[in-house]
Unconditional design. Structure first.
Length: 114
């Protein structure tokens, strides 16, 4: 299984960014997917999860601003980030949830300037 995340970069507060994570080597449509993030000096935390049926879950800190979605035809999960603020600065990781052990992408850095 390989997860390739991209889309990070520098964005101003109040702006938007879309992250993508392409999966290969697995039947994507049957998997639950998630985005996590790790800010400097902090623990990694869940940002958003999308289950194989399409149900979503969000951290309270991003509700109403971030949207997770998936395109099973493209084996890709997205994170649309709107109205970002400096507290959203972190390395963002996509994760494929698996009962025998989760798979992680390499991370993509998002920096929000004030």
């Amino acid at each position: 299984v390989q997860l390739q995340a991209c889309g990070g970069g520098l964005v101003q507060a109040g702006g938007s960014l879309r992250l993508s994570c392409a999966a290969s080597g697995v039947t994507f449509s049957s998997r639950h997917m998630a985005w996590h993030r790790q800010a400097p000096g902090k623990q990694r935390e869940m940002v958003a999860t999308i289950y194989n049926g399409g149900t979503t879950k969000y951290a309270d800190s991003v509700k109403g601003r971030f949207t997770i979605s998936r395109d099973n035809a493209k084996n890709t999960v997205y994170l649309q980030m709107n109205n970002v603020n400096p507290e959203d600065t972190a390395v963002y990781y996509c994760k494929m949830i698996h009962v025998r052990g989760d798979y992680w992408g390499q991370g993509t850095l998002v920096t929000v300037s004030s």
